[in-house]
Design a binder for this molecule. Structure first.
Ligand code: HEC
Length: 413
């Protein structure tokens, strides 16, 4: 144990001295090259890290080479670390890859420090093996075990992949407002789609982000669909992972609307790496795991009926269209003998202070008391006998509230 430690720190010390001396006055190439080489494999899933080969102390993948070699041996505080390292070569985790792969050696500018796929023409390997044209072996003690150098070779032969880059699947829709299948009682002011990462802003436009109404029939295949023109379609400067379809100035009639975000066809939404939207929806996040597919979601706008609380308005909007077919002077039904809702005068006569025929505990309309009015109980579906009125289905809250208010106000003509 003691010998190993002694040898290890000697190795470290010599490495610091020699790397500092030989690589000083570097002239590193552009960072962009390094970044480009890292980003090349944008969507490639990281390979499973292979186990260390026999005799080696770490496995042939970049993260283990970093933690087993670069971090302890090279990126020490006085050497290849910090903001101004010797030769511009920072070998700390997070920086080393960008400073090595595809980057020219400062000693031998014709040789890359790491030439992916070619360990023999990688200056890093030449330095480790002591075959470099300039300077001496790295570290000077020669302390790196041949098995460990072979691991570095193996990593370079396999393409010098950065396994610390998290593989990203295709860009997905992660949120939508209005939410898919929303029932709105007023038109939205905008439609906002959220994505799993930043968008290529130029791919968000009227061809890739659309809003269509069914044309009033609830059917998007009948040929009468209408596309809605946005005031603008944009990606907010402060959040490039959202897209906004601005409805300022637009008037949306009550209808079913369809939002489409395109991942298929000639014009598609893309991320910054030119991956097409993985769009299959309307489940969120969208997609089936591979690029392509349109995201389609619908919402409905139903503006609530505004019913005034006078008997004439209730007669016109509720009793005449929804009740009089069964409850009139001539057409009584279901054992109800005296309920004429065919005009306002008859309704007043039939309802106010008239006992219910189904439930003798209540009158049909008790002025000032909607809860104790059998009419309201029938309309709300809470009556002691029979079904909800009308039998075809309960009316909306707005209609029932209008009847309640008329009764609260005294149930007068
Ligand atoms: C399709 C026919 C039909 C329509 C439309 C209809 N009703 Fe009825 N109504 C009935 C029948 C049948 C009964 C008795 C059986 C029951 O209550 O389910 C009844 C019973 C009632 C009663 C109970 C009367 C009492 O004296 O106990 C009230 C109140 C009533 N309806 C109100 C309405 C109102 C208000 C509407 C319109 C919003 C309406 N009905 C629409 C068929 C109808």
């Amino acid at each position: 144990m003691g010998r190993l430690n002694a040898k290890y720190s000697l190795t470290k010390t010599l490495a610091v001295l020699v790397v500092a001396g030989l690589l000083a006055a570097c002239n590193i190439q552009t960072y962009d090259d390094a970044v480009a080489s890292i980003q090349g494999g944008g969507n490639t899933p990281p390979p499973e890290p292979p186990p260390p080969p026999p005799g080696a102390s770490f496995g042939p993948n970049f993260s283990e080479i970093q933690s087993g070699l670069f971090t302890p041996t090279c990126a020490t505080s006085s050497c290849h670390s910090g903001g101004n390292p010797p030769a511009g070569l920072n070998l700390e985790a997070g920086s080393s890859y960008a400073n090595l792969v595809g980057i020219a050696s400062s000693q031998e500018p014709g040789t890359q420090r790491v030439n992916a796929g070619n360990p023999d023409s990688s200056y890093l390997v030449q330095k480790l093996e002591g075959t470099a044209a300039t300077g001496t072996v790295m570290p000077p003690s020669g302390g790196i075990a041949p098995a460990d150098i072979d691991v570095v070779r193996q990593w370079i032969s396999a393409g010098a992949v950065d396994d610390t880059v998290v593989a990203q699947g295709p860009i997905q829709v992660t949120s939508l407002m209005p939410v898919p299948d929303a029932n709105l009682d007023a038109q939205p002011s905008q439609i906002v789609a959220g994505f799993s990462r930043d968008l290529d802003v130029s791919t968000i436009n009227a061809l890739t982000f659309t809003l269509t109404s069914s044309g009033g029939d609830g059917n998007f295949n009948s040929g009468n669909e209408v596309s809605v023109t946005a005031a603008s379609i944009s990606v907010p400067g402060g959040n490039q992972a959202s897209a906004v379809f601005d409805l300022a100035g637009a008037t949306l009639a009550d209808d079913i609307y369809r939002v489409t975000l395109f991942g298929d066809g000639a014009n598609v939404i893309m991320d910054l790496d030119a991956n097409a939207l993985d769009g299959e929806g309307p489940g969120l996040p969208s997609g089936d795991g591979s690029a392509g597919g349109n995201f389609i979601a619908q919402f409905t706008i139903t503006t609530p009926v505004v019913v005034g609380a006078t008997l004439d308005e209730i007669q016109a909007v509720i009793f005449t269209p929804s009740c009089a077919s069964c409850h009139s002077a001539t057409g009584n039904t279901g054992g109800i003998t005296n309920l004429d809702l065919s005009n306002a005068d008859a309704s007043l006569m039939s309802l106010v202070d008239v006992p219910s025929e189904q439930d003798a505990n209540f009158v049909r309309v008790l002025p000032g008391e909607p809860d104790n009015s059998y009419l309201v109980q029938k309309m709300q579906g809470t009556a002691s006998a029979g079904g909800v009125m009308p039998p075809s289905g309960m009316l909306g809250t707005a209609e029932i509230d209008a009847v309640r208010l008329w009764i609260s106000n005294g149930a007068v003509r």
